[in-house]
Design a binder for this molecule. Structure first.
Ligand code: A2H
Length: 253
């Protein structure tokens, strides 16, 4: 674990259409605000490759008013942190509009900013920690072994996971190339370590470490405005651009 605070980027994924279950809870309770699922990421430069978003089905989320116009879906813990980081209109004030189970959010269609496939679905992931980030994980299966393996599991057994196959239909998108693993770093590392399922958490932690280092130190952008640039240079630029455009914000914990 890192010693200092972690500088995440909060990615704002606007709700396009709620799942049936979520719609019942949300209707009439958000005061006309635009609602966003907010994902915490350490790799903003990969956002071009989002294919879906993950929540934990056993996690409780809230919809929190940020101001008169916007509301965020995240854990209470994250909302409290945001309230003290200048994200909300009034410092320290947490206005929860409603509570919602992760299981009910699955199937919601959202807009993934910067993604080459802008409309994606919310899917279930077993390994989402309620105590990290916002409890919402945006999925980039080309570069995150956890995301790739979970998406693979869901595609193998959609009925078992209670999802429609079409929600998991977007294929991983190449966004970064690395000398050792090529254009699809996460799938290559998952294969190398012979990972079979999202339950292989030990191997996945190792794969995450390998993929992260390889991408950060040796990766080169394949897409976007910083195409051809090293990941190390592109990363702060993509982050700054997204924040500037109001699509993301700084979030630390
Ligand atoms: B990262 P660290 Cl492409 N539970 O974003 C489980 N995982 C969570 C989480 C939670 N509550 N909140 C965030 N995360 C994920 C992109 C990405 C990430 C890529 C590659 C590696 C990677 C797309 N998913 O993370 O334990 C988020 O996934 C490996 C560093 O704080 C977040 O960044 O280091 C990362 O874990 C933060 O993990």
């Amino acid at each position: 674990e890192a010693v200092g605070p972690l500088e995440y980027t909060g990615i704002k994924m606007e709700v396009v259409s709620w799942s049936e279950a979520a719609a019942k809870h949300v209707e009439g309770k958000v005061g006309g605000r635009k609602v966003y699922l907010v994902a915490a990421t350490l790799r903003p430069e990969t956002m071009y490759g989002q294919t879906n978003c993950f929540v934990g089905t056993a996690i409780k989320y809230g919809v929190f008013a940020v101001n008169d116009k916007e509301a965020f879906v995240c854990t209470y813990r994250a909302a409290r942190n945001m309230a003290f980081q200048g994200v909300t209109a009034e410092r320290g004030k947490i206005e929860q509009l409603l509570e919602i189970d992760g299981a009910d959010i699955v199937g919601t269609k959202i807009n993934a900013p910067y993604a080459l496939n802008p409309e994606v679905y919310v899917l279930p992931m077993e390994n989402v920690l309620p105590t990290k980030g916002t409890g919402v994980v945006t999925s980039v299966p080309s570069d995150s072994p956890d995301d790739f393996q979970t998406l693979t599991d869901l595609r193998k057994k959609p009925e078992f996971y209670g999802i429609k196959a079409e929600w998991a239909a977007i294929d991983p998108v190449p966004v970064i190339t690395t000398p050792t693993y090529g254009d699809m770093t996460a799938p290559a590392v998952v294969k190398q370590l012979k990972i079979q399922s999202q339950k292989d958490t030990k191997q996945l932690a190792e794969a995450k470490e390998i993929a992260y280092k390889e991408g950060f130190y040796n990766g080169q952008m394949l897409v976007g405005e910083f195409k051809g640039e090293p990941v190390q240079e592109a990363k702060p630029k993509v982050r700054a651009q997204m924040i500037e455009a109001g699509l993301a914000f700084a979030y630390a914990e």
